[in-house]
Design a protein around this ligand. Sequence first.
Ligand code: AHR
Length: 501
Amino acid sequence: MPSGSARPAAASSAIPLDRRMFGALVEHMGRSVYSGIFEPDHPAADADGFRTDVLDLVRELGVTTIRYPGGNFVSAYRWEDGVGPVERRPARLDLAWHSLEPNQFGLDEFVRWTRRAGVEPMLALNLGTRGVAEALELLEYANHPGGSALSDLRIRNGAAEPHDIRLWCLGNELDGPWQVGHKTAAEYGRLAAETARAMRRFDPSLELVLSGSSGLAMPTFGAWETTILEVAGDLVDHISLHAYYEDDGDLRSFLASAVDLERFIERVAAIVDDVAERTGSRKRIGLSVDEWNVWYLSRLQAQPPSDGWPVAPRLSEDAYSAADAVVVGSLLIALLKHADRVRCACMAQLVNVIAPIRTEPGGRAWRQTTFYPFALTSANALGGSVVPVKLEASTVTTARYGDVPALDAVAALDATGAILSVFAVNRHELEEAQLDLDLREWPGATPHDATVLWDPDPRARNTEMAPRRVVPRPLAVGPLEDGRLRVALPPVSWAVVRLRV
Ligand code: AHR
């Protein structure tokens, strides 16, 4: 039986948690936008065509930041197509997803939607087919108050106030040969540096994200980061990394996916430090894990190619299992454990496409299994701080990652400072685990409640007809004795134990 102890450090070791840790991606891909967040004919649509049933779920999810409009889509996107009178907007071929983009939803709708959802926009620039000039035009349109051609155009289009977008991604996954406008590190580094330099002439306080590797397994990983940081590091604030995982049948390795994410984060952080030291830079660049999730990419790749150019086809509408949700919970634990370096993270994506929220056109919206670990982590950590946990645990042997701890945990203080939540995962695929929660650094802590996400069938899913098949349930813990709390975690489970402190 797996077992271990988890000892949250004293409050004085808490690390402030950036709000942007709980971001997500809305890409013009599949039904993420059309019949996802935007469906004017839906009975629940508001006057702008935004689905209010989806907006309610987005708020409940506790998402803080939305990266838009891609993803791969952005690398051939013309932002001008998506503004102005909708009846005059052109339909364009989207080469990233072999779809027809009707441009009925664009920048101004997106910003209006973010205001309604209460989230911060994070805008990605097209550095695939475009460059400095178009980035500056978009910036002027979005952020200049008025009195110039493009800011006045925005005002005529109905947005009197500047959108004031603070966070900008300098392209997307340009290290990937699948990307329209794919570049070498030297080419991308130079373009990103020139774009950043020009954008800072408009507003030096913008926050800019350099596009790092699209996966730890990329053959250019490491060299890509080193080159682009040497050229552009002093001009940006963050460097991105993207990480996706899927269950290929080896459940044990899949459950250990967070080990890989941690290695990825630590290696990028080490490269950032190394380049800073060699170049004498005093800038402390943050990490933006601005695409992460469980993604059944192999299923998308196995899908027969579409023989036409459909509008909003069904792409990557992965139906997530209880095991997928446990992996999502453990990826969140990995992100929180690195809150000292990770400044921003976006689950990819938000609605329908590899998403915690699913919808049917004209029909229901429902929560996937992966909705719950995200919502519970955000609800208990957002606005608060991360408390490191000293973990000692037995190991499991995985084919993909070798021996890894069977348990993992991290803790967070909530925004009020009154609740300490311990997030824990049992990665064993068959056996219950005994976790000994050592609270000796927290005298006076008393158990508040505990919740577990688990199902006797790790492959159980939520569907439109059975949307509550897998939901979090109460977990019995305790009693608290000599500052220790015994917690039994079922196999393949993720849990949060909350204490009053
Ligand atoms: O989120 C799906 C895709 O994954 C994004 O478009 C791309 O950036 C990544 O490869």
